[in-house]
Design a protein around this ligand. Structure first.
Ligand code: ATP
Ligand code: MG
Ligand code: MG
Ligand code: MG
Length: 484
């Protein structure tokens, strides 16, 4: 079943059950100063859950575009973590509660494909419940789940809160057993790759206070209204329904991976079995490329542009990781002109604006890649020399001043220096690096002050310097000007 069809069925199921379809919010979380990107379907509904606003509906359904940068190191290494992903979600604002949420989730999961459901084999579904949530346990038992498949778990896994005083509650998660070729038997406690979490049902039920961590808080009492917030990973259910090993192999992602493999002459997936954690490094790189190229497309599509801080920096890092992974697979040239149009073709059926906006999106993306390749060309030689020198003198660490020089003179980003050094078994004196950065910042401040007090304006020299050396990325600024 195609991902777009899974999305359609999800919306249709809940719409038929009285839910109002609400469009995805854009990825940048502009309403929330504490959050760079939307990371769950419930984010746009927070004011409703907190009772600050009253929705025009008591049931909603959405497919929310999400970004989780904390998951970036998992990408390609587990079967189930993307940076960008889509979260199907149904929500009840003081309407149905545990029983409604559990019944609706079970029905869609197990209803036959011919009848509009996902047709999952009920005997492969393992629900988890919070330790003392006997009510949820009983609901799952009554629906027909054998008690050995209903797992009680503690706060870390089965208690939801925003990590601050406010609404919270136990949750119940649905895991799908992908079978012995994916790992150990024994339920989600034994193996979260074989038993893959695909749906989280949150029962927003209590108000909590004295929150010191996700696991340490005091329950004030029940909320005036009981709410439901659920999240089903669209890519995860797609990987299950498409019978592929991981979410980089579903219809919306695999073509990017396949093209990257073709370009670099790599044979994907021939080295190992079904378990993502045991994959050949080249396979992991191909997955990272596929994931990151798609994420870059979605981010630029939603108006993020490469920059040195904030959201733009997240985008820049993600793009650089993809470009670096291509280089590690032996591809030295620009790769995005090949890969980005494929990502567009994968995603445009669900997001037609990507096709319309592709001129703008690709202009930013290609300029960013060109600038980064230029930086890599000038910095890599210097870094390689530094690494060889350090190693031959028996050192284990690149100095702060080496890292700083790479950054300052060659525009070589510190995260890249760290990554390459690590690949070579070396550390980097980060404290020394940060001290030099701080010194430079202070000097720049003093300089700006001097300028304001009547000295010559030096900014023109600075931009000439930037244009001449392979310093930071002026490429995209050029683009900005042109496309305005
Ligand atoms: P996991 O334990 O596998 O990291 P999670 O418990 O962090 O998942 P939730 O916060 O419960 O995930 O999010 C709801 C649903 O969104 C999950 O059940 C899963 O299907 C999906 N999901 C979460 N993180 C990702 C991700 N990085 N990529 C793809 N899907 C995800
Ligand atoms: Mg997670
Ligand atoms: Mg989890
Ligand atoms: Mg979860």
């Amino acid at each position: 079943m195609k991902t777009a069809e899974i999305k359609r069925r999800y919306l249709a199921h809940f719409e038929a059950n009285g839910h109002t379809v609400v469009p995805s919010a854009p990825l940048p979380a502009i309403e929330d100063p504490n959050l760079l990107f939307i990371n769950a379907g419930m984010v746009q509904f927070v004011p409703y859950f907190l009772g600050q606003q009253t929705p025009a509906f008591s049931r909603a359904v959405s497919v929310q575009k999400c970004l989780r940068t904390p998951d970036i190191d998992e990408v390609g290494k587990t079967s189930r973590h993307g940076t960008f992903f889509q979260m199907n979600g149904n929500f009840s604002f003081g309407d149905y509660f545990k029983e409604g949420a559990i019944n609706l989730a079970w029905e869609l999961s197990t209803k036959s494909v011919a009848d509009g459901g996902f047709g999952l084999d009920p005997s492969r579904i393992w629900p988890t419940v919070y330790l003392d949530d006997d009510e949820a346990f009983e609901l799952w038992r009554r629906i027909g789940v054998p008690v050995e498949h209903i797992v009680r778990r503690g706060k870390k896994d089965n208690y939801w809160s925003m990590g601050i005083p406010g609404p919270a509650g136990p949750c119940s998660e649905l895991f799908y057993d992908r079978g012995p070729e994916y790992g150990k038997d024994g339920g989600p406690e034994a193996d979260e790759d074989r038993f893959m979490e695909y749906w989280n049902l949150v029962f927003m039920q209590y108000e909590i206070t004295n929150v010191t961590s996700k696991e340490d808080f005091t329950i004030v009492g029940p909320l005036p209204k009981q709410n439901i917030d659920t999240g089903m990973g669209l890519e995860r259910i797609a990987s299950i329904l498409q019978g592929v090993d991981n979410l980089y192999e579903i219809d919306e992602v695999r073509p990017i991976l396949a093209r990257a493999a073709e370009m670099t002459g790599k044979k994907y997936g021939v080295h190992s079995g079904h378990v993502a954690g045991e994959s050949h490094p080249d396979d992991v790189r191909l997955r990272v490329i596929a994931d990151h190229v798609r994420t870059a497309l979605m981010l630029i599509g939603d108006g993020v542009v490469p920059a040195n801080d904030g959201r733009g920096y997240v985008l820049r890092r993600i793009m650089r990781r993809a470009i670096r992974a291509m280089r590690l697979l032996g591809w030295q040239e620009a790769a995005l002109p090949e890969l980005l149009p494929i990502a567009r073709d994968c995603m445009a059926p669900s997001y037609p604006e990507l096709a319309k906006e592709f001129g703008r999106i690709s202009t930013y993306a290609y300029a960013e890649e060109d600038a980064f390749l230029a930086t890599l060309r000038s910095g890599t030689t210097i870094l390689d020399t530094a690494i060889t020198e350090t190693k031959s003198s028996g050192g284990r660490q690149l100095s702060g001043s080496q890292a700083f020089k790479l950054h300052d003179t060659y525009g070589f980003p510190i995260d890249l220096t760290l990554e390459i050094a690590q690949e070579q078994g070396l550390e980097v004196d980060q404290t020394g690096f940060r001290r030099l950065m701080a010194d430079q910042k202070n000097a720049a401040k003093a300089d700006a002050k001097a300028r304001k007090t009547g000295h010559a304006d030096l900014s023109a020299y600075r931009s000439a310097l930037d244009a001449g050396g392979a310093v930071e990325f002026t490429g995209y600024q050029e683009v900005t000007r042109e496309s305005r």
